[in-house]
Write a protein that binds this ligand. Structure first.
Ligand SMILES: Nc1ncnc2c1ncn2[C@@H]1O[C@H](COP(=O)(O)OP(=O)(O)O)[C@@H](O)[C@H]1O
Ligand SMILES: [Mg+2]
Length: 277
């Protein structure tokens, strides 16, 4: 007897379009993007500022709704779900790391890490919490407040917070954009190794060819479209392709705050709090 198994994609985008009102007209942030990410894969997203990277992540993570096209997470079409079901799916299956750490200032490190579960009315798993605190190198800092942390430490708290729900898919939107390159490299290492250890699908927006080279696939966006992709490239190949695509200026790209993502996250925490009530 033959058994045929088909692996359900972790994330599938089908012709995702997202437009925003812009004065009298509209701006097309995503112009029809189709993408399929396998469970446990690591994908890097690159492209110049304004090419649609944050919009792509927000739509894929259910933080934003496409104008047309569909987003399917582990076989579930988000458009078929009611808003509260999207919130639950996002809370249970998706982790998101923002460039601006978005920690709650009056909560301790341990409380910030546990927040997604507390909002869901669930107890954090003590073993997983200890594992994550150790994995991100924060053991001993549980009682600190965010104001008492360095940028690198704060982002590692945000990573532990994104992973505490054991999400199937972790999205990170330029998570090291506000850090110096050494600290940024450490933070990315933490993100990559924990995602690997927990068999998670990782999607990372980055401007750094060396970082992108650690991914299995690098996807390039330009003007809201997929411009190219490279499988298992080295950093030189990534840099060359960026230059080819006219992104040379982006190589030295500095911190650019993901405002849309932040707003999405604030809204998400608000919605999660509502659901938990
Ligand atoms: N909330 C919004 N309202 C209006 N325009 C937006 C909004 N979010 C993004 N855009 C526009 O959509 C395009 C893509 O933005 P974004 O996804 O943030 O790009 P990237 O992350 O690659 O820099 C840009 O032209 C941006 O100005
Ligand atoms: Mg962005």
């Amino acid at each position: 007897m033959t058994t045929i198994t088909t692996r359900t994609a972790a994330v599938q985008l089908r012709q995702v379009r997202r437009t925003y009102p812009d004065g009298a007209g509209t701006v097309e942030a995503l112009a029809g993007v189709s993408l399929e990410l396998h469970p446990g894969s690591f994908t890097a997203i690159m492209g110049p500022s304004g090419s649609g990277k944050s919009t792509l992540l927000s739509c894929a993570a259910g933080l934003d709704t496409p104008t047309s096209g569909s987003v399917v997470i582990e076989g579930v079409d988000l458009a078929a779900l009611r808003p509260d079901a999207v919130t639950r799916l996002r809370r249970d299956r998706i982790g998101f790391v923002f460039q601006a750490y978005n920690l709650v200032a009056h909560l301790t490190v341990a409380e910030n890490v546990a927040l997604p579960l507390l909002l869901a009315g669930r107890e954090p798993d003590a073993h997983l919490r200890r594992y994550l605190m150790h994995a991100v190198g924060l053991t001993g800092l549980e009682d600190r407040l965010p104001g008492e942390l360095s940028g690198g430490q704060a982002q590692r708290v945000a990573i532990a917070r994104a992973l505490i729900t054991r999400p199937a898919v972790v999205f990170a939107d330029e998570p090291t954009g506000a850090l110096d390159s050494h600290t940024g490299a450490q933070v990315l290492d933490v993100l990559r190794t924990t995602a690997e250890a927990l068999a998670q699908t990782l999607v990372l927006v980055t401007h750094d060819p060396r970082v992108a080279a650690a991914a299995q696939r690098v996807v390039f966006l330009a003007d809201g479209r997929l411009a190219a992709h490279l499988d298992a490239p080295d950093a030189d190949q990534v840099a060359a392709r960026m230059a080819e695509l006219g992104h040379a200026a982006e190589l030295g790209h500095a911190a650019e705050l993901g405002h849309a993502a932040e707003l999405g996250h604030a809204a998400e925490l608000g919605r999660a709090a509502e659901v938990a009530r």
